[in-house]
Write a protein that binds this ligand. Structure first.
Ligand code: SF4
Length: 318
């Protein structure tokens, strides 16, 4: 969910939310949405089977945004209370801001490296590759899961896909999530007339990521809505194991829940479910609800005895 649209001072040449492209895209900047509207949307996402709720704000960084950070933390706490994983993408953050988000219970922070170090200056000039890596380091050191991936189709060469994979696979620890986006060209942005990336390049990138990032969740992200069902499944066979789903993906269209549920049903794929939230981060009511859900999940897979159920719940809580 986009929690604050447009007006960003970065110049990412693929993005409609950059203020540098506002005159040509016509996108109007908005204020941050309310905490309640985010929690309402998260509830709907949960009812539709989503396990993680991602919130994105079009900011360069969080300097001087104390009130915004406070609101984001309330959103994180509320999403966690619903028993969902919470992810945010807020631009660059320092180690203190990362620590505050960790204390609020944030599961993951998204900060894509986008492309290879070599191609990066052709895409963004207002922030360096090393600044991106510094934010990722702050996130990692705060104990938050890193979600960092790339966008294919930014005018790069094949070697740049290798460069992107090299960057993420040589981080001190592999990112917990690696989103793979295919550029959705947006009219009015410098890359608005780009030629779509060939599908085989997407599958090859996913397959290589699966081999070199064996435990990472590979998330099919932007651009999935123009792929046929067969192509999406080929991505899953190559190693993808999650999707972004819902009404919108930031400012671009996204496959809807109903469509996704029907597709996964046809191919026998089941949602992973959210990992349990540490009880210290939950209200008493949310702890009870999580325990009930955990029991329902265990009953659903047919665990034998009641003692066995309780043991599994205890293990899941640790
Ligand atoms: S991709 Fe993010 S940082 Fe870049 S212009 Fe868009 S909102 Fe700003």
């Amino acid at each position: 969910m986009n929690i604050k649209t447009g007006g960003c001072s970065e110049d990412c040449s693929y993005c409609a939310q950059s203020s540098k492209h506002a005159a040509t895209t016509g996108l109007k900047a908005t204020k941050m949405v309310t905490v309640q509207s985010v929690l309402d949307a998260a509830r709907v996402a949960k009812e539709n089977g989503s396990s993680r709720f991602c919130m994105g704000a079009a900011w360069r960084d969080m300097r001087g945004r104390k009130t915004n950070l406070k609101n984001v933390k309330e959103m994180v706490i509320g999403v966690r209370e619903l028993g969902m994983e919470a992810c945010v993408t807020l631009g660059m953050i320092d180690k203190f801001q990362a620590q505050e988000l960790k204390e609020a219970g944030l599961t993951a922070y998204n900060h894509n490296v986008d492309t290879s170090r070599e191609h990066y200056p052709n895409v963004i000039t207002t922030r360096t590759y090393d600044e991106r890596l510094a934010t990722i380091q702050n996130v990692r050191e705060a104990g938050i899961n890193v979600c960092s991936g790339g966008i294919l189709g930014l005018g790069e060469k094949e070697e740049d896909h290798i460069g992107l994979l090299h960057t993420v696979s040589t981080m001190p620890t592999h990112p917990e999530s690696f989103p793979v986006n295919a550029l959705v060209p947006i009219k009015g942005t410098p890359l608005g007339d780009s030629t779509p990336i060939p599908f085989d390049a997407i599958v090859r990138t996913i397959a290589t990521a699966r081999l070199i990032l064996p435990k990472t969740i590979i998330r099919l992200a932007a651009g999935r809505n123009v792929m046929s069902e067969e192509k999406q499944m080929l991505c899953f066979m190559a190693g993808a194991n999650a999707v972004f789903t819902g009404e919108k993906m930031l400012t671009t269209e996204c496959n809807g829940w109903e469509e996704d549920k029907a597709m996964f049903g046809r191919w026998g794929l089941k949602p992973m479910g959210a990992r349990p939230v540490p009880e210290t981060q939950l209200s008493e009511e949310a702890v009870e609800e999580q325990r009930r859900e955990s029991l329902r999940g265990i009953e659903g897979v047919g665990v034998g005895s009641w003692e066995g159920v309780k043991a599994d719940v205890r293990a899941a809580e640790m």
